[in-house]
Design a protein around this ligand. Structure first.
Ligand SMILES: [Zn+2]
Length: 240
């Protein structure tokens, strides 16, 4: 059997007639229940989407992150869903991150933005995705957090910049690292291209999953020096 990411890749670059033929051969299916979906825009059916569990409070208390650096650097954090290893949200994250499906990020980012708007969190005027190092960006072809950020920005009517924050050095994956090692791994990894673009702004940082908050805190620490009005974070999910 041909692997699904290759099919998705082929559909992305194929002319419409081929794309619809591929759609007939391999109809998109819900990542939760396997039901057929009308198109590839959102990889979950409505029923499964509404079943995903939300954090008890959102914006949630950053002190739940167990990482002192995260409390110091972030004014608050928002997450759309709770993340469980092996759960539907992880399947969504994998589809976004490793499935060559950037459009999934746009759709999920819009849901994030619309939900964020309904909370009491201050509306941002600048949305910044956590950047990938250029070697990883080259391998993956797109930055999943930037796709989420575009969706969030369009739902909130806020400016999105994918170039203000940059990764100065490649970092190893945070998976399987302890809290303290995660912080050491990312501390000092980010740089801000134009501090004046951040001064006085309400900044919203975007990442896919909030685990310890180390990555977001490292990026927020760099932003703090530029004097923003506030720094919040929004992620697709927060680890339970
Ligand atoms: Zn479903």
């Amino acid at each position: 059997m041909i692997n699904p990411p290759l099919i998705a890749k082929a559909a992305q670059f194929a002319p419409p007639a081929w794309a619809s033929l591929l759609g007939l051969l391999y109809p998109p299916r819900c990542l939760g229940c396997g039901a057929r979906l009308p198109d590839e825009t959102m990889p979950l059916c409505h029923r499964c989407l509404l079943r995903l569990e939300r954090p008890a409070s959102s914006p949630f208390d950053v002190s739940a992150a167990h990482l002192p650096e995260a409390h110091a650097a972030l004014d608050g954090a928002f997450a759309l869903w709770l993340f469980d290893a092996g759960g539907v949200v992880q399947r969504l994250q994998h589809a976004l991150k490793y499935g060559n499906r950037p459009h999934v990020g746009l759709a999920l980012g819009q849901v994030m933005g619309m939900t964020y708007r309904a909370t009491a969190a201050p509306l941002p005027d600048l949305v910044l995705p956590i950047p990938l190092h250029r070697t990883r960006l080259y391998e993956r072809g797109y930055n999943q957090s930037a796709m989420l950020a575009r969706g969030v920005g369009s739902a909130l009517g806020a400016m999105v910049s994918e170039t203000l924050l940059a990764r100065r050095r490649a970092t190893r994956s945070q998976t399987n690292l302890s809290h303290q090692r995660r912080w050491e791994n990312v501390a000092g990894a980010f740089a801000l291209a134009a501090p004046e673009a951040v001064a006085g702004r309400r900044v919203l940082l975007i990442d896919d999953v909030f685990t310890t908050g180390a990555t977001l805190a490292a990026a927020a620490t760099v932003l703090q020096d530029a004097g923003p009005a506030s720094i919040h974070a929004a992620t697709l999910a927060v680890a339970r």
